[in-house]
Design a protein around this ligand. Structure first.
Ligand code: FES
Ligand SMILES: [Fe+2]
Length: 377
């Protein structure tokens, strides 16, 4: 379920952020989950949410192969600026090399030291924090400090990764054979076409760690079934009974009308495994998440606002969103405790509401079938 939501009050500016009501008849099953080919059966066993081997397999089969959003390109707008982070356990660094963005594993070729500590900054070269080997911003080894009479032999360039930008957002892909980013985004591109995303400015960045497997969070995002119980404030604003999730390949598009029946024109978009975008008339929010362990997930948000947004609206949006996100955190962590307990039984999915949950299961299983095994990538 999209996290960026309206206030619980009757403020019209806020309710307009909630999202679109889709015209009757545009889905296969109006008012219900729609899907091109989702089979609800099966589900994942509880072990899929706790097993360390499964975690490593999903890191490699899912997060090392899909595009992962890491924020906005504005973080790297100056030559020499860099962003280092750890995505699903993979340490990465993206640098602005005279206007061109390049990505590398943040792992020195000497003995795997870090080139930069996680965070942001500027540099003219990448100098390993362990013994001081230095690399150009193209990733070439410049010097192996005090190595010996002769320099080390062979190609010791940094190991690269793909960097992509799309409409102001920054993505990385660890797969050397990654498809182009826009092709990967697929139907998301057309859904965002009407929106003037480029005029928006970042107003807030934040994130938190969640004590739950990443799939618990992904599944939670994919249904509005829980809104009446978990998000009472949001429930007072939108008609949860008419919440829809339209599935298009590995993407999902959410919608729900407001209770007053007003016409809204937002867009809630999700793309497997961890990319979510919430567009509304005066801004948008990016949400991205990835596993940090078998039962832990990192969730990061970037909020954008239009220059002409009413005073205080961006702050109100962030505040409201943080409340809903925390409500999701609490329920996801409770679900994880039950999955870990050994008391859990296989899931039983609602055909009305949980086609998106089944989609998560299917895409994960498909990825693991392509890249089997439980060893570390
Ligand atoms: S590990 Fe990088 S210089 Fe030694
Ligand atoms: Fe939720």
């Amino acid at each position: 379920m999209p996290p960026c939501t309206a206030d619980t009050g009757a403020d019209r500016t806020a309710t307009a952020r909630v999202g679109p009501g889709r015209a009757p008849g545009t889905s296969l099953n109006p008012g219900h989950v729609t899907s091109d080919d989702v089979d609800l059966g099966g589900g994942l066993p509880a072990s899929a949410y706790v097993d360390p081997g499964r975690h490593q397999a999903e890191r490699r089969a899912v997060f090392a192969r899909e595009w992962i959003a890491v924020g906005d390109v504005g973080r790297l707008d100056r030559p020499g600026s860099y962003l280092a982070t750890t995505v699903a356990g993979y340490p990465i660094v993206v640098v602005n090399d005279a206007g061109r963005l390049r990505g590398f594993h943040n792992v020195c070729r000497h003995r795997s030291g870090p080139l930069v500590w996680d965070g942001e900054g500027t540099c003219r070269s990448l100098v390993c924090r362990y013994h001081g080997w230095s690399y150009s911003l193209q990733g070439d080894l410049l010097s192996a400090r005090d190595f010996g009479p002769d320099p080390p032999a062979g190609d010791l360039s940094l190991v690269g990764l793909a960097v992509g930008t799309w409409r102001g957002l920054l993505f990385v892909n660890l797969d050397g054979e990654a498809p182009p980013l826009t092709g990967w985004l697929g139907a998301v591109v057309a859904r965002c076409a009407p929106w003037d995303m480029e005029r928006l400015r970042v107003v807030h960045r934040s994130g938190h760690d969640l004590a739950a497997n990443w799939k618990v969070y992904a599944e939670n995002y994919q249904e509005g079934y829980h809104i009446p119980l978990v998000h009472p404030g949001l429930h007072r604003q939108i008609d949860s009974s008419r919440y829809e999730v339209e599935l298009v390949g590995p993407a999902a598009f959410h919608s729900a009308p407001t209770r007053d029946g007003s016409i809204t024109n937002g867009a809630w978009l999700w793309r497997f495994p961890g990319f979510a975008l919430n567009l509304y008339h005066s801004g948008m929010s990016l949400e991205t998440y990835w596993p940090t362990g078998p039962t832990s997930t990192r969730v990061e948000y970037t909020f954008f606002s239009a220059p002409d947004a009413p005073d205080g609206e961006a702050e109100a949006t962030v505040e409201n969103s943080v409340r809903v996100l925390d409500e999701d955190r609490v329920i996801c962590e409770a679900v994880q405790r039950n999955l870990t307990s050994g008391s859990s039984r296989p899931p039983v999915l609602s055909p009305r509401h949980e086609g998106g949950v089944a989609l998560v299961h299917r895409l994960v299983e498909r990825a693991l079938a392509v890249v089997p095994g439980d060893d570390i990538a």
